[in-house]
Ligand binder design. Structure first.
Ligand code: SAH
Length: 261
């Protein structure tokens, strides 16, 4: 067997940190962060994952959380490029999977524009972690034949430009990333396009973390649940018949939380 690819000086690895639980980090990711000379990480990377970075490796937080951007994307691209050009072994650690709503393309292209070799290590995405926390499958034979990952990130002052008719597929499970602020628009858009109001919905906050919380409700109650049931953590919205397979205990808990509001 050939020896695994290491992080070479002047090279950049985009590495998936998974949803937070350090045990959900791949073995490859764990090895790469010990071979780096510098790790640039996001605010979404779990504290337990950061603890695995050895002391001799420099850490740079380039954290981005909704509404609290500390660095814009071009500045992050420039930092990575600069580090690689100066001969550092660069790991860019990103929450979940770098290839899913992770602005990976910008960083890959910035590196390629400067002739820097760039490689990627996948990670467990939030939708997979949320399904595991709920104890259900995102696909369901005969009922959910399609899984759609969609971002509901709102640009200030702009409505979401989704094709609701396409997304309102009763045979699909919809995983909505960055959807907390736009929960009302998502619910109204899907119902107006014909998805039944009673379609099961789950809100999963900080999936895989010790502080994880989840609520199961229905599509018409999603806006209220998103406003009342969630804290500060990252949250994923799952919509579709497959989500109805959550246990009835979770559904009762969600109904209590919403009705006590
Ligand atoms: N690349 C990441 C997604 C980044 S977009 C991935 O593959 O998971 C950021 C959004 O991901 C958050 O707004 C939230 O919707 C979702 N997210 C990330 N981590 C999460 C977690 N632990 N629990 C719930 N949602 C999470």
């Amino acid at each position: 067997m050939t020896s695994p690819r290491t992080v070479l000086p002047g090279e950049v690895w985009l590495v998936g940190a998974g949803p937070g639980d350090p045990e959900l980090l791949t073995r490859k990711a764990e090895r790469l962060i010990t071979e780096a000379s510098v790790v640039f990480f996001d605010a979404l990377v779990g504290a337990g994952v950061l603890d695995l970075i050895p002391d001799h490796v420099r850490r740079v937080c380039v954290g981005k959380r909704a509404g609290r951007h500390s660095k814009d994307q071009p500045s992050i691209d420039a930092l990575i490029v600069q580090a690689a050009l100066s001969g550092e072994r660069v790991v860019r650690l990103k929450g979940g999977d770098p290839a899913i709503f992770g602005r990976a393309t910008e960083e890959i292209e910035a590196c390629r524009d400067h002739g820097i070799a760039v490689r990627m290590c996948p990670g467990v995405t939030a939708a997979s972690a949320a399904a595991a926390d709920l104890g259900l499958s995102l696909s369901l034979r005969g009922l959910a034949r399609r899984i759609t990952f969609v971002t509901a990130h709102l640009t200030k002052g702009k409505a979401l430009a989704h094709d609701w008719a396409d997304l309102a597929d009763p045979q699909a499970t919809l995983a909505v990333y960055m959807g907390k602020a736009a929960a009302g628009e998502v619910s109204r858009g899907l119902i107006a396009a014909g998805l039944p109001s009673a379609t099961p919905v789950a809100l999963v906050e900080s999936a895989s973390h010790e502080s994880a919380r989840h609520f199961v409700t229905r599509l018409d109650l999603l806006p209220l649940a998103a406003q009342t049931a969630l804290g500060d953590g990252p949250a994923l919205i799952l919509i579709g018949e497959a989500i109805g397979r959550a246990s009835s205990e979770e559904i009762c808990e969600a109904e209590r939380a919403v009705s006590s509001y």
